[in-house]
Design a protein around this ligand. Structure first.
Ligand code: FAD
Length: 747
């Protein structure tokens, strides 16, 4: 241990790892427990806000660990990463520095639902995170003064003596109500009673006083004072790992090895003692494969996009690619698929799965990241599911088979994998496993992620019922900002700051937190673009425009370069949109110079050839891209230039730079949608009290845009009003708007 720790003793002036608090100050403004994705964002956000912060984590060597898939971002999740980056969080920069394969998912769909995704070199991600946190490495993120890191295990939380704790509705009650199908109005009623309990209790809330921990270096029990604590213990609360019918205690396996990180039992008991509503969830990870035993030629190649788009806004504003992409050191992924033989094995050996998996309903798993068993069972009509084979690093032969989790006994996992094309001789390096763990019903939290019952105690990450690194990081930055600012203000004797809360119309982070704290969750919550009613304006390309200035006003964005990059992008966007507005194209320009969009041709009445349209109007048409329009603009421009006399000023036509391309295109294309969407949402908001007829039929044939899950839930809960309908988890805001129009038509 000592040799590992001594590695971290070369401290920069910006950050430091401490090995023991025995002889040092034992008081901090903020203590963050857990160094996962929520914890690292929370600790750095708190430190940036001015608070003296301690990041206390079980194993310093696992800072930056990607416990499951070696990738960051994706649809909905990529939006979260860019928002974290816009608030100067760490995830985007570290992902850029460690990425070995990049793709913009949904590229062919509209810019609102495009999601940047990067596959990481797993070791490099960890190394970069540790270099930044422990050695103050400059990764383009401004320094983090005020941060200490200690390797220790938190065992208990201390409260101010004599404080009473208001206990909240037990999660089990809510789960029973769901299971009985007696309507989510009850759940709504409970949520409302929680908010009024919160208001009544605010004057006599208990207050956190500190943390009890066992220090790794000295193996001794220490008490550390702090009036503000953020708990981010992920899957560790009373974690149980499972392979087949074998069960053993643990938070997760150490990377690709048999070694298990211990579960967090003391803290689970503390939360129980404090009366928090706890529930059980589970998640799973697939086996890791030996890439040397895969027949790659039998799989379909999935190259990285080139040029690759970065997550970091600073990099984007400079028009730079992520470093390994710029150095042309990217890898290929591959795609294979399950087949009938795979599905036969999956069903034949289902009885060897851990008991809960589809059997008795305990430990709900992630609906949107299901095990292979769940996929085959749920989509019985399909005879194949894709699996992407993702190499875990530049210097690693380990391969992650995406979508293939299923905690069968190892031998069955091997048979399942070997039934797939290209994997006929594959060897498993470490079998996949599931983890079941405690989480806290997030309805026990306010929008700042502070608990309603204990002042100064915040929760963030998987402990709140979410799944995924990005969802965890997003909560971490909000909890860290609020906790940090409040604690800093208290230390220097300032008034308590206003909360840092993002609205549903400002950010996916706002949608995530609002969903969690108002609706709660009974299954691991994952972000999707469909959860956001304002998704046309909440795009991955404009996260900095939406959030960076607000973050700076709050003291969360401290790097002047970020604001300079934002100014630069804003100016470029305005200039390029204005140029499109001012540039007039003739229909003949478009038709004769390669434009093949028929709707544009049709828009021109016969005999009116030559009618002008602005380039902005042309771009607003379906299927026309900014590049299409600018290709024509360049030709028209060059013709105009050749007609100029020597006294006229000549200038070159430069296409919209890549740093603002997506934003310019989206803001022009979506202009009318945004106006319409805002009107829709506004009218729906006014309609909260409108009655839904009790005779309404919920069926896919009548409501084709609704998902199967939405129809099922509406039919089961049969809400009486739109206020009740909006409390049904899993019903998207857009579907509520459709439902509203449907009911209006029925009336
Ligand atoms: P974590 O990243 O788990 O970090 C928790 C941290 O807290 C760890 O550093 C731990 O050491 C520390 N800690 C715990 N207890 C204590 C204590 N008492 N004292 C001090 N430190 C403590 N995500 C997906 O999106 N899809 C998936 O399919 C998926 N499958 C997964 C499968 C498995 C087996 C696991 C383990 C995770 C999976 N994940 C998946 C989840 C993903 O890893 C998490 O969502 C994400 O890491 C959560 O971040 P977090 O910060 O909340 O917690």
């Amino acid at each position: 241990k000592s040799s590992r720790i001594s590695k971290f003793c070369h401290l920069s002036q910006n950050s430091r790892a401490i090995t023991s608090l025995q002889s040092q100050s034992k008081s901090y403004d903020v203590i963050v427990i857990g160094g996962g994705h929520a914890g690292t964002e929370a600790a750095t956000a708190s430190a940036r806000s001015g608070a003296r912060t301690l990041l206390l984590t079980q194993k310093v060597s696992t800072l930056g660990e990607l416990s499951c898939n070696p990738s960051i971002g994706g649809i909905g999740k990529g939006h979260l990463v860019r928002e974290i980056d816009a608030l100067q969080g760490v995830m985007g920069e570290i992902a850029d520095a460690s990425g070995i394969h990049f793709r913009m998912l949904n590229r062919r769909k509209g810019p609102a639902v495009r999601g940047p995704r990067g596959q990481m070199d797993r070791d490099l991600y960890k190394e970069n995170m540790q270099d930044y946190l422990l050695r103050g490495a400059d990764l383009g993120i401004a320094g983090i003064e005020n941060l200490d890191v200690l390797e220790a295990s938190a065992e208990d939380l201390l409260l101010d003596e004599g404080d009473e704790i208001e206990t909240l509705a037990p999660l089990a009650d809510i789960a029973k109500i769901e299971a009985a199908g007696s309507g989510e109005e009850e759940r709504l009623r409970k949520a409302k009673s929680l908010s009024s309990a919160e208001a009544n209790a605010s004057s006599r809330r208990a207050r956190i006083k500190g943390v009890v921990a066992i220090e790794s270096e000295t193996d001794s029990r220490i008490e550390i004072e702090s009036k503000t604590v953020i708990l981010t213990t992920g899957t560790f609360l009373r974690g149980v790992l499972m392979i087949g019918h074998e069960r053993y205690s643990g938070g997760r396996h150490l990377r690709d090895s048999e070694e298990v990180e211990p579960p967090s039992v003391g803290l689970a008991l503390t939360l129980e003692r404090f009366g928090f509503p706890l529930g059980r969830l589970k998640t799973g990870t697939p086996p890791r494969l030996d890439g040397r035993t895969i027949d790659w030629d039998r799989c379909n190649i999935q190259p990285s996009e080139r040029p690759a788009q970065p997550f970091s806004h600073i990099r984007q504003s400079r028009g730079e690619q992520p470093p390994l992409a710029a150095a042309n050191t990217l890898i290929n992924c591959y795609q294979t698929a399950t087949n009938e033989a795979t599905h036969k094995l999956v069903m034949e050996y289902a009885h060897l799965l851990p008991q809960y998996d589809g059997m008795d309903g305990k430990g709900n798993g992630p609906r949107y990241c299901p095990s292979i068993y769940k996929k085959v069972e749920r989509f019985a009509e399909r005879n194949s599911h894709n699996s992407f084979l993702e190499p875990e690093g530049l210097n690693s032969h380990i391969v992650y088979p995406n979508g293939m989790s299923g905690p069968y006994p190892e031998e069955i996992q091997r048979q399942i994998m070997r039934s797939m094309k290209g994997l006929e001789k594959v060897e498993i390096i470490r079998p996949g496993y599931d983890v079941e763990y405690d989480f806290v019903n997030p309805q026990a939290l306010t929008h700042t992620l502070e608990t309603k019952s204990i002042a100064g105690l915040y929760l963030a990450g998987q402990i709140c019922g979410t799944t995924g690194y990005e969802e965890a990081g997003a909560q971490g930055i909000i909890a860290g900002a609020n906790a940090g600012r409040a604690a800093y203000a208290a230390r220097i004797g300032e008034n308590a700051p206003l909360p840092f809360v993002l609205g549903r119309d400002e950010a996916y982070i706002g949608v995530l937190i609002d969903d969690l704290v108002t609706k709660g969750t009974l299954e691991p919550y994952r972000m999707f673009t469909s959860r956001a009613e304002y998704r046309i304006s909440l795009r991955a390309d404009n996260a900095d425009l939406r959030l960076t200035r607000k973050g700076a006003e709050y003291g969360l964005v401290t790097d002047p370069e970020r604001l300079a990059a934002l100014d630069m992008r804003e100016t470029l966007i305005t200039d390029n949109v204005e140029r499109l507005r001012d540039f007039k194209l003739f229909i003949t320009d478009w038709a004769s110079r390669g434009g093949d969009d028929l709707s544009f041709a049709a828009a021109d009445r016969p005999g009116s050839e030559g009618r002008k349209k602005s380039a902005e109007e042309v771009l607003g048409m379906p299927h026309v891209t900014l590049k299409d329009v600018e290709d024509i603009m360049a030709i028209v421009h060059s013709e105009e230039q050749t007609q100029k006399t020597y006294s006229d000023e000549a200038y070159a036509f430069n296409p919209t730079p890549s740093s603002v391309y997506d934003t310019v295109e989206a803001s022009v294309k979506y202009k009318s949608y945004v106006i319409r969407q805002e009107k829709d949402i506004e009218s729906w908001r006014k309609a909260q009290g409108v009655k839904i007829p009790p005779t309404i039929i919920y069926h896919h044939s009548i409501m084709p845009t609704f998902s199967k899950e939405e129809i099922e839930k509406l039919d089961r809960f049969r809400p009486n009003t739109f206020a009740e309908a909006s409390q049904i988890s899993g019903l998207t805001p857009q579907s509520l708007v459709y439902l509203y129009h449907h009911v209006m038509r029925l009336n």
